[in-house]
Design a protein around this ligand. Structure first.
Ligand code: HEC
Ligand code: HEC
Length: 330
């Protein structure tokens, strides 16, 4: 059979392979650690102090944890984040939990490492609003406890790169490899309830979720346009296009990992859905209408019965795990 025939007979299978569906495997117990930023307990504990310290923001009002709240799975329970002085951003803050396993960060994949990402919020005008990285360094250098800790950990003074490295080292400890779902995949048949097992079958089958939510994170780490209603502060969000300038990327966003998803409402890049039930209903309709001609052909009406929706929701709740206690809020 010629390739053109195969293409026309199996268009869905081809587009799935393009979306890089990966096997559904448990989360590795620890994420990759770069050789350039090895972890020590002292570095992790310095990073944790910085993560929870509002003095990182221009007027001492907000910390990283203000938008990445431990009790909300280190995500933001507000649809879009609020920065210094109540300024509203354009997007919902994703969880920092398990971000250490991602190849690219942000809804549009514009940051490559946790070290690089951690410096972005410091000078973002709708986040911590500092005029420059140097102004943050100068402020922390005036705090004796930080002078001592940076010397202990790095053998030198506070610097912007060291701030990023310490925060990133802490973030790499915010992982949840021990969810009921992981235990089930590792052979504990009782880890999921009967409803959750039925939900898992739907996830991999009739509901088609696995076409994009695959791999250990339940994300293909690729970009799709679902036609999510744009209800946040931005009238239009071009998504991945802002990074690649490829017209085929207009309106596409990274498939978010689904780990701890029951804790991280509201949902989607603009936080438009308050509940997972609304998300499931959205997929059941075949997604939404998009301004752009890039809506993903993988989305089709699913015709799920109410009992099937309930099972799928039960399964999504099995994806939550615990962090080690000492990692949580001081
Ligand atoms: C004012 C709210 C706010 C503050 C403060 C804030 N963030 Fe965020 N964070 C966000 C939003 C919103 C996004 C998503 C932005 C986007 O995708 O365009 C985000 C994205 C991230 C991501 C990427 C997660 C992913 O799934 O790709 C990480 C990691 C992160 N923030 C860590 C931090 C750290 C570390 C700090 C402190 C230095 C911080 N954030 C401060 C709102 C905030
Ligand atoms: C075509 C790829 C694709 C398919 C199929 C798909 N998703 Fe998604 N999913 C995405 C993308 C991309 C987003 C983010 C879209 C946005 O914000 O604009 C998303 C967002 C979500 C969110 C919100 C997570 C958060 O942190 O905000 C949930 C929950 C979700 N999907 C669950 C599911 C379920 C359940 C199914 C099956 C019924 C499914 N997805 C099918 C790609 C997909």
């Amino acid at each position: 059979m010629r390739l053109s025939h195969i293409v026309s007979i199996f268009p869905v299978i081809l587009s799935v392979s393009l979306a890089q569906a990966q096997p559904l495997v448990p989360l590795p117990p620890s994420p990759p650690i770069p050789l350039s930023n090895l972890e020590t307990p002292a570095k992790v504990s310095l990073g944790k102090k910085l993560f929870f310290d509002p003095r990182l923001s221009v007027n001492g009002s907000i910390s990283c944890a203000f938008c990445h709240m431990p009790k909300a799975g280190y995500a933001d329970p507000r649809p879009v984040s609020i920065g210094v002085g109540g300024k509203r951003g354009g997007r919902n803050a994703p969880p920092v939990l398990n971000a250490a396993y991602l190849n690219l960060l942000f809804w549009d994949g514009r940051a490559g490492s946790l070290e690089e990402q951690a410096l972005g919020p410091l000078t973002n005008p709708v986040e911590m609003e500092n005029p420059s990285n140097q102004s943050v360094v100068d402020r922390l250098r005036k705090i004796a406890a930080y002078r001592t800790s940076f010397r202990e950990v790095f053998g030198g003074d506070v610097s912007i790169d060291r701030i990023g490295e310490a925060i990133a080292a802490y973030e790499r400890t915010l992982v949840t490899p021990d969810s009921p779902y992981d235990r089930f995949l590792m052979g504990d048949a009782k880890a999921l309830s009967p409803a959750q097992k039925r939900g898992f079958m739907l996830f991999k089958g009739k509901a088609r979720c696995v076409l994009c939510h695959s791999g250990a994170l339940l994300s293909d780490q690729s970009y799709h346009n679902l036609g999510v209603p744009q209800t946040g502060t931005l009238p239009v969000d071009v998504g991945r296009y802002a990074v690649t300038h490829d017209p085929l990327d207009k309106g596409k966003f990274r498939t978010p990992p689904l780990r701890n998803v029951a804790l991280t409402a509201p949902y989607m890049h603009d936080g438009t859905f308050r509940t997972l039930r609304q998300v499931v209903n959205f997929y059941d309709r075949g997604g939404g209408k998009s301004l752009f001609a890039t809506k993903d052909p993988l989305l089709v009406p699913l015709h799920l019965k109410n009992s099937e929706k309930r099972d799928l929701l039960a399964f999504l709740k099995a994806l939550s795990g615990e962090t080690k206690k000492e990692m949580n809020q001081p």
